[in-house]
Design a protein around this ligand. Structure first.
Ligand code: PMP
Length: 379
C-alpha cells in the first residue's frame, strides 16, 4: 500500500465524488442553460452542489460561484475587486506568504499602478495581526490573507485581522484564500468577516478543475470570463456539471465528519512529531502557535529535498518538497520565515487527509531513517 502523504497538493477523489461525476456524464448530461427537462435536471445538479458548498461555508447558496479552481477564483476576486473598487483607492495589503495565484496577481496589479504592502511572517510562520491591521488605512481597497499556509500549515489570525479591519475601515474589501482550511477547520463566513473567500475542489476529495468563490451580497466583482452570462454573469462558460456535482458530493459526504477527521490528523501529526523529535538530523519548520494538523513541514539536515523525496518514493512513500506548486524551487515562505537556505533546501512537506493512517507514519519514518543513513554517507 503506498503511503500517500501529499494531500495538500491534491487528494484522491472520494467514492461519492466519483459516482456523482459519472452520473453527470452518463445520465445527467444536459446543458444547465437548456430550457427542456434534460437541461433542467443538469441545472438542479448544479444548484444542489451550490447548496452543499454554501452549507460548508455557512452562507446563502446565492453567494457561491463555481470556477475552474482556486487559481481562477483568486484571480477573479482580486482583479475583479481592483477593477470595481480601485479607481480612487490604490492600496492593497496582503501577507507575504500567499500562494502564487494570489502573489502573482498582486504583481500584475503593481504593474498597473497599485501599491501592494506585503506583511512578512514571524519566525513561526504566522502573521502578526496588529502589523497587518496597522498597514491598512482609508486608501486601502483590499486586504487579502490566506487562512492556512499551504507549505507550513500555520493558521493565520484571519478572523482577528478581518474583524478589526471591518470595524476600522468598513469600505476595505477582505479576501481569504481558504483552500487549505476548507473542510478541515470550521469556517463560518459571518465570523470570518470576509467579503470574498476562495476554495478548491481537489484538496477536498473532489476532482481537479473545480473550485468556488464566496462573494458577500452587495460586493461587486468584475468578471474575468465574459460570454453567455452563466453564474449570474460572473463566470461565463457552460458549467462543468460533472466536476461541480462531484465537488458538491464530496463536500456533502465529508461535512458531518470534519471534527473526526481533524482529530485523526491531530493524532497523526503528534505521533509523527514525536518520532521526528528522536531523530537529531531533523528540524521541524511547522511551529506556529496555531497549526493546522493536516500539514507538517520539516528539514532533513544535509539532504536536499528532491533527493530525499525520490528516496521516499522508491519506498512507496509520497511527500512534497516544500510546496508542490514551486516545483522544487526555493521556498519563499520558509525563506520569509527566516529559515536558512540550507534548511529550506532540505524541506519536506507531509500532508494528511481523512484516509491517512498510523501505517503511513510508520512507513514514512522507516523510509526517512533508511534514507538518511544511505544518503548522508554519500554527501
Ligand atoms: N491557494 C492555495 C493556498 C493552494 O494551496 C492552492 C493549491 N496548491 C491554490 C490556491 C490553487 O488551487 P487550484 O489548484 O485549485 O488552482
Amino acid at each position: 500500500m503506498p503511503a500517500y502523504l501529499d494531500n495538500a497538493a491534491t487528494t484522491k477523489p472520494c467514492d461519492e465524488a466519483v459516482s456523482a461525476c459519472v452520473a453527470a456524464m452518463t445520465e445527467n448530461y444536459g446543458n444547465p442553460s437548456s430550457l427542456h427537462k434534460v437541461g433542467l435536471s443538469a441545472e438542479l445538479a448544479v444548484t444542489d452542489a451550490r447548496k452543499a458548498i454554501a452549507a460548508a461555508l455557512v452562507c446563502q447558496p446565492e453567494c457561491i460561484t463555481f470556477t475552474s479552481g482556486a487559481t481562477e477564483a483568486n484571480n477573479t476576486l482580486i482583479l475583479g475587486a481592483a477593477e470595481n473598487y480601485g479607481r480612487r483607492r490604490k492600496k492593497i495589503v496582503v501577507s507575504a506568504i500567499e500562494h502564487p495565484s494570489v502573489e502573482e496577481t498582486m504583481k500584475h496589479l503593481e504593474k498597473s499602478g497599485f501599491t501592494v504592502i506585503r506583511i512578512k511572517p514571524q519566525k513561526d510562520g504566522s502573521i502578526d495581526a496588529d502589523e497587518f491591521v496597522d498597514a491598512v488605512d482609508h486608501d486601502t481597497l483590499l486586504a487579502s490573507c490566506m487562512y492556512v499556509n499551504n507549505e507550513t500549515g500555520a493558521i493565520m489570525p484571519v478572523k482577528r485581522i478581518f474583524n478589526r479591519i471591518k470595524k476600522l475601515y468598513p469600505e476595505c474589501i477582505t479576501h481569504c484564500d481558504a483552500v487549505q482550511a476548507f473542510m478541515k477547520l470550521p469556517i463560518k463566513t459571518a465570523d470570518l468577516s470576509a467579503d470574498l473567500i476562495t476554495v478548491s475542489g481537489h484538496k477536498v476529495h473532489a476532482p481537479k478543475g473545480v473550485g468556488a468563490m464566496y462573494i458577500r451580497k452587495g460586493i461587486r466583482i468584475a468578471p474575468r470570463m465574459i460570454g453567455g452570462g452563466q453564474e449570474k454573469g460572473l463566470r461565463s462558460g457552460t458549467e462543468s456539471v460533472p466536476l461541480i456535482s462531484a465537488f458538491g458530493a464530496a463536500v456533502r459526504a465529508q461535512l458531518p465528519s470534519i471534527a473526526t477527521a481533524y482529530s485523526n490528523a491531530e493524532e497523526l501529526n503528534l505521533r509523527l512529531r514525536k518520532k521526528l523529535a528522536a531523530l537529531d538530523y531533523i528540524s521541524i519548520n511547522s511551529n506556529a502557535e496555531e497549526q493546522c494538523p493536516y500539514i507538517l513541514n520539516f528539514s532533513v539536515n544535509g539532504i536536499r529535498s528532491e533527493i530525499m523525496l525520490h528516496f521516499l518514493e522508491s519506498k512507496n512513500v509520497f511527500v512534497s518538497s516544500g510546496s508542490a506548486c514551486s516545483k522544487g524551487a526555493h521556498s519563499s515562505v520558509l525563506t520569509a520565515m527566516g529559515v536558512s537556505d540550507k534548511a529550506a533546501d532540505s524541506a519536506i512537506r507531509v500532508s494528511f487527509s481523512k484516509t491517512s493512517s498510523g501505517g503511513d507514519i510508520e512507513a514514512l519514518v522507516t523510509a526517512l531513517r533508511e534514507g538518511y543513513m544511505s544518503l548522508a554517507k554519500r554527501q
